[in-house]
Design a protein around this ligand. Sequence first.
Ligand code: UDP
Length: 331
Amino acid sequence: MTAHNPSLTLVAGGAGFIGSHLCAELLARGEHVVCLDNLQTARPSNLRVLESHPNFTFIEGDIVNPLPGEIVALSDRFTRIYNLACAASPPQYQADPEHTMLTCVVGTDHLLRLSESSGARFLLTSTSEVYGDPEVHPQREGYRGFVNCTGPRACYDEGKRAAEAMTFDFARMGRAAVRVARIFNTYGPHMHPDDGRVVSNLICQILAGRKVTIYGDGNQTRSFCYVSDMVDGLIRLMESDADGLEPTNLGNPEERTLNELLDEILAVIGGPVAIDYLPLPVDDPRRRRPDIARAQEQLGWQPRVPLAEGLARTCAWFAEEIGAPDFENRL
Ligand code: UDP
């Protein structure tokens, strides 16, 4: 490779929440990054920051469709392809379930075929949702999950399961070198304020002086990973020598009930706050915590940012983002 013709990393979904942090980190490490995104759930300002970097190229396109000509023209230069392209928040991925399923299956097929023709290593971002409402706790990769294939979450859960199946088939057939990350709940700056997930909802509601929405009784659990830890895990997995025929959980094993999460956010921003208890969404998992032994052993990875610290950074970012000056001063 010459300086004029450097190898490229493709990040599909690079304008989204995790994708934008991944692009920034890859650029900081000296990589040349091409971002392909349909801007369905992206924050435009995520992109504006990246676009000022000389080694960053943005191409608008939806992986459901045949890949844009500009991507095909660059295919010989790709050495790494990350697939983060899919709405991941339940209200977002349920708004157009057919598109969600096609993004997972047809979109992943398009990117796997690009990996095959370019010889690039491929990383699929799968999800803890493949475990459904788990009967095994914490969830290790060998657990096959308890998923409702007819429910409103199925477009995403089953879509990602099918994407995993296809990714591993490409690997078994020698068509692509692959890695599969199963991402557990992740939070941090660059989340869309209207994303609909619990961390962004609670923070934005409190900052705006509104009631907070807790679905169900708030005793269901999640384990929240700060976004910089997630990006570190994704890059380590991509660059690892793992044989690529097994998925790897990436997430923070510190488990909290939603009521505990609310208390931690209130400890940062200050309370009290009125709570609106709303019905639990259909098929909402009761608990979720990753077993990260595989990532620890194979990648030497584990989350570093404690929840209190990550929430403080996230609250400060949202206060500026949505313009809550009173709170900015308090944070
Ligand atoms: N949730 C909530 N209030 C909200 C948004 C979500 O209580 O305003 C709940 C939701 O029902 C679930 C948990 O928070 O039990 C995490 O939801 P999220 O959408 O963040 O992620 P996922 O369900 O995909 O883990």
